[in-house]
Each structure stands twice: as C-alpha cells, then as structure tokens.
Design a protein. Sequence first.
Length: 556
Amino acid sequence: MQTKKKFRLSRRTLLRDFIKHKADIAGDKVFMIYIRDFDKDIDEKYKYKDLHLLSNRLGNGLTKLGLKKGEGVALMEINSPEFLLTVFATFKLGAYSVMVNVSLRGEGLKYIIDHSDASAIIVHCSFLPAIMEIKRELSKIKYIIVDINEAPDDFKLPEGTISIQEVMQATDNDIDVEISRDDMCMLMYTAGTTGLPKAITFWQGKLLGGNNLQTLVNFSGMFSKPDDIAFTSLPLFHSNALFLTTLLSYFGERPIILGKRFSASRHWDICRKYGVTTFNALGAMIPILMKQPERPNDRDHKVRVVGSAACPKELWVAFEERFGVKISEAYAATDGGGFMLLAGTGDDVPVGTMGKPAAGSIGEIMDDDGALLGPDEVGELVFLVRESEVEQRKVKYFKDEKASKNLIQLGKDGQKWFHTGDLATKDKDGWFYFVDRKKDSIRRRGENIASFSIEKIVNLHDKVLESAAYGVKSELGEDEVMVAVVMKPGKSMTPVELLDFCQGKMAYFMIPRYIDFVEKLPKSEVHRIMKRFLKERGVSEKTYDREKADYKIKRD
C-alpha cells in the first residue's frame, strides 16, 4: 500500500515537480481512460506514473531532436493521450505549448503558428495536409512531428517530418533543465470572434498559483466524492476541457474519461458505460442533448452534477428533471484573471444564475464611467483586484502589451477592477445573471439591447432549432437588429410568422428588422456562435427587411 508523501506548494514549486509528486503518491492509480473507438469497444488506460514517464520520454526525445528551453511547440492534435503528454513534456522542458484550433486552415492557421514563434509542430496525421499546404510559409518551424495513431494503411511520412512515436523512443529519465516559475509554459488563443485572435500567456507560477490551483480543486463541488469520475469530449485546446476538466481531475486525483469529440447520440451511453458522475456542458450542448429523442433510460446513469456555462433558463429545470441531474452553473474566461462565479447545486440557487464570486473574490456591476451599480442594474461584470494579487491576476497577451493593460482599470472608488467585457446584473442576494457579451450588445435608437435576450425568445418557437441575434449598421449610423434562424429538420415558417410570435414577448424595439433563415450558424469548436462572420455577411438580397415589407410593430 502506497503512503502519501508530504508535499506543499511553495513559491519555488515547478509544474514538473507537481507531476512527479502525483506519480509518487498515486502512481498505480488510473487517471485517464481514453476512448479510442466507442463503437468497437476500444479504450486505453493511463496511470499517473504512465503520464510522468511517457512525458519524460517525449521531453527527452524533443531535446534530442534539438528543441531548447524557451521554444514553442504548436499542438494541432485530436483529443488524445499525446495531447496531454505534449503539454506535460513542455512543462518539464521549460518550453511552451501552443494550443491550435484544429479547424483552422490557410491564413488563419498560418497566423497562429507564425505569431506564436513556435519552433516545432506536433500534428495529428489527419491534420497534416493543412500543415503541409502552408509549410513553405512557416519560416520559424524547424521540426514537424506527426502523430501517426489511426493513420490509414497507405500513409507515408512526408520528407522532413518525424513521427511522435519515434521521438518517444527516448529514455524516461527525469528531465534536468533549469526552470523558473516566471517561464512561459503555454499560449492559448482566443476565438477571434471580433478580430484577430489574441494569445493568452500562461507561465509556470500562474498555473500553480493559489488563485488557479485552489479554485480548480474546489470547483463547484463537482469532485466532492472520492468515487467521482469526470468525462469530457470538448476539445483539449480549449481552456474548459484542459483546465476545468482534465487538469482539475489530475489535481484532485479523480479519473477522467476522454472522448475524441462530442456526440449527442452517444453521450449518455458513454456516461453509463464508464460510470461518469460529472461533465461540463458548454455552448449549445444542453439544448442539443435536450433535442435528442427521449429514451426510457434517460435517467439510467450515475451523473450527479453537470457543470454549465449559460444554460438557457427555460431548459434548466427541464434538463434536470429529464436526466435526473443537478446543473451547477459557473462563469469563467480563459483571459479572466482566474476569477470565477460558481452557483453550486444547493436548494437556494436561483434558476438562471451564474453564481457568486469564488475563492473569496469580490464581484460587482459597473457602468461605463467606472461607477458601481445597484441591484438589478445592467452593467459590466468586474472583479476587485487587491494589491497583493495584482501580478497573479494579470492577463498577459503575447506581443500585445496594450491589450494586457486594458483589463485592470481604476474605478471611481479609486480601487483596481478587472473588466470582463461581459454585461450582467446582480440581485439583492448577491447572485449574478448573464445579460450579454458587451461586444454583442446592440445599440438601437437610444436603447441598449441584449442579443442574448432576443435569442432566448426566438428559440422558444417550436419550429426553431437555434438562432443568433446581432447588430448591423443602419442608415442612421446606429444598429438595426438582425437575426439568423436555423429551423428544426422538416420545419419551415415565414418571417411574418416569426415576427408575430415575437410581438408581445419582447419590447417593440427588440423585434428584429432583418431576418435570415440559414442552414447552420458558424460555430467554434466548443459550440459557441461566431457572430463576427454573421456581421461580416450582413444584409443580403435574400434577407427579409421588416421595414421594406411594411410590417407594423405594436407599441402597446
């Protein structure tokens, strides 16, 4: 029987120390079960010591290849053990991993790799053609390393590349490189919903700092029982899957089930097979799961808690009752300074809330002039930054010092506040409620309109699958409300039918002027709608214009 060794985080602790510590105290415990092929019943188990030793192999192999401390490794990989091994290996080398959205192609992909200053790329064979297409333009890349797991039988490594499997033939000895807690260890890019993506910098001390590790360990009580098992099929290049599921499970010594991608039809079957007790749902996951045909075994599973972000209020109770779970709503952002709102699962939690500030932090609502607002007033969600935590709360954007400085500003009260860029309200009991992304708020003829509020009502129509509301410039210089609507399969309706439905359910000034019926909405890998592309598309010849059609709005 293993005995736990005393280990305390200190200002000198490095990420590699923490990984080795976990291997020492929980070496034979299974940390991850990777679903290689659910339909064929193929999975792989990885213990804590496996992750330590295999990441040593990869790190030593990268060193042998020529990678040095301080260099970057762009990671364009499917959800896989190799993904996590690369992250751990760069932690140990004093290098940094660069999270690459696997959907990127062409100029967008080139921008991320070039902007990150990466020296190497680790890419799954299924994405290799996208890399080879721009290879000549990647002047900073010295090594292209290919994961050939699941490669077709006729696959051949292109000249000048090497497989990650060959790189990992190196020794599993511990890596001895001088590393500082100030060394950069990861770049994670924003979705770029309003422009070019920005790279958020993580350094060794930030990932191990109390504001991050402690918040992770205590996250919403999702791991309150020793037999809890987490599941994620969200992409690991996103902070939720990597930080709030995978690393959270790792720090808390709870096993994780890792899937390649989200499948609504298989999701609950996976939960049943592996005894999953918790998972996180982002974007449209809850609506998508609710739209699956009801089954007699909808409640036949061990899931207790579903961590959610912006669960539609009208689906909250219905989801809990149908699947026999509790929703634990939360708010956080990759570039959010480590601040979080957590709701938990208590009986006093109001439906629709994002929660209350976690880990002793203070949140408020602020107007555009820096003044704090009262209960139920709409303003920007901000968090107090105490002098003792300024460095820890800083968000550093790679090569963008100006954007980094804009997040922490002085309020009218003379204190420093972290600005989230999100609109919200706070009730008299201290519960926060999401209103809209500040950048998505629509300004129409003196009225500020939350796009989120329009979408909630449009989505209530029984023929509508989903929608996106956004502002397009009018001839008056402000915004007009436009909505893109996706119909349920086999359903159709006219713009007038939708407008009639909206009348009486929303304020007259919120009713869309422009309506587009579309086959699908542009989305990120975590199912968030990319409104930038809708705004760029704007009004077309096919767009319905309420004013041109002379549709009359009732104002009573």
